[in-house]
Design a protein around this ligand. Structure first.
Ligand code: CA
Length: 231
C-alpha cells in the first residue's frame, strides 16, 4: 500500500545520535534512511522519495536551515514534511527556522516519545491534505471516494491502477523507476517482478485513453515513468 510503510530520512552528521534516532524509528514501526550531510540527503531524496525528513540544524557544509529552504524552492520536494532538530533553543532561531518552511522543530536532547509524537502529528497534518481532491490536466482524483473523473466523465479503474494514479498525481513531474513504484505503490515487502509495473501502467493508460489522458503517464527511457501535464 502506498501508505503502508512510512520512510523517514534522518539527516544528522553525528553517527551515534543518528543511529539512536534510527533505532527509535524502527521500534515505532517506521523505515528509515541515514544521511550524514545534505549532499547524501539529496541523493536519498531522489532515490528513495521518503515521506518525512528529520533534519539536524548543525551540519557540515550547508546548514540544515539553508537546506530546508532549498527544498522548499524545488517543486519535487516542496511538500516534504521536515522536522528540524536543533541544539539551539533561542526563540528567534526557531522562528527563523519555521519561516524557512520547516513543519516543526525539536530541541536536543529530546525523548523518543516526544520524537515519535511529533512525527505522527506532522504526518497526520500532511496526510490530512490527502483527502483534498487533486486536479491535474484533465483529471480529478478524489481520495475520499476513490473516484477519478475527466471533466464530468467517470473513469473506472482497478484498485492497483487507482493507487498508481494517486501516487503519480501526488508526485507529478518526477521520474520514478520501477523499483521505486513497487516500493511506494505496492509496498516494500512485496516480491513481485518489475514487469508487473509495466502491466499496470498499460492498464492505467488504457483506462485513460478514451479521455485523451493516456499521454499523462510518460515513459522515460532507461529511467522509469513520470506523470506530467507537459508533453
Ligand atoms: Ca550535527
Amino acid at each position: 500500500m502506498s501508505d503502508g510503510t512510512i520512510t523517514i530520512l534522518v539527516v544528522e552528521d553525528e553517527v551515534a545520535i543518528r543511529d539512536m534516532i534510527g533505532m527509535s524509528l524502527e521500534r515505532a514501526g517506521f523505515q528509515w534512511l541515514p544521511a550524514g550531510s545534505t549532499e547524501e540527503a539529496r541523493r536519498q531524496l531522489v532515490d528513495k522519495a521518503p515521506d518525512l525528513m528529520l533534519l539536524d540544524w548543525m551540519l557540515p557544509g550547508t546548514s540544515g536551515l539553508d537546506f530546508a529552504k532549498q527544498l522548499r524552492r524545488d517543486d519535487s520536494t516542496r511538500d516534504l514534511p521536515v522536522i528540524m532538530l536543533t541544539a539551539r533553543d533561542a526563540e528567534e532561531d526557531m522562528i527563523r527556522g519555521l519561516e524557512g518552511g520547516v513543519d516543526d522543530y525539536l530541541t536536543k536532547p529530546f525523548s523518543t516519545r516526544e520524537l515519535i509524537a511529533r512525527i505522527k502529528t506532522v504526518l497526520r497534518r500532511a496526510g490530512g491534505a490527502d483527502e483534498t481532491p487533486i486536479t491535474l490536466g484533465p483529471l480529478t482524483l478524489e481520495p475520499s471516494s476513490h473516484r477519478v473523473r475527466a471533466g464530468q466523465q467517470k473513469i473506472e479503474l482497478g484498485p492497483t491502477e487507482y493507487r498508481l494514479l494517486q501516487f503519480f498525481m501526488r508526485h507529478p513531474e518526477r521520474v520514478y523507476a520501477r523499483e521505486q513504484l513497487l516500493d511506494r505503490v505496492w509496498g516494500r515487502n512485496v516480491y513481485i517482478d518489475d514487469r508487473t509495473v509495466d502491466v499496470h501502467i498499460r492498464r492505467l493508460r488504457k483506462a485513460l485513453e478514451p479521455h485523451q489522458a493516456a499521454g499523462l503517464i510518460q515513459t522515460v527511457r532507461g529511467a522509469g515513468y513520470r506523470f506530467s501535464t507537459q508533453s
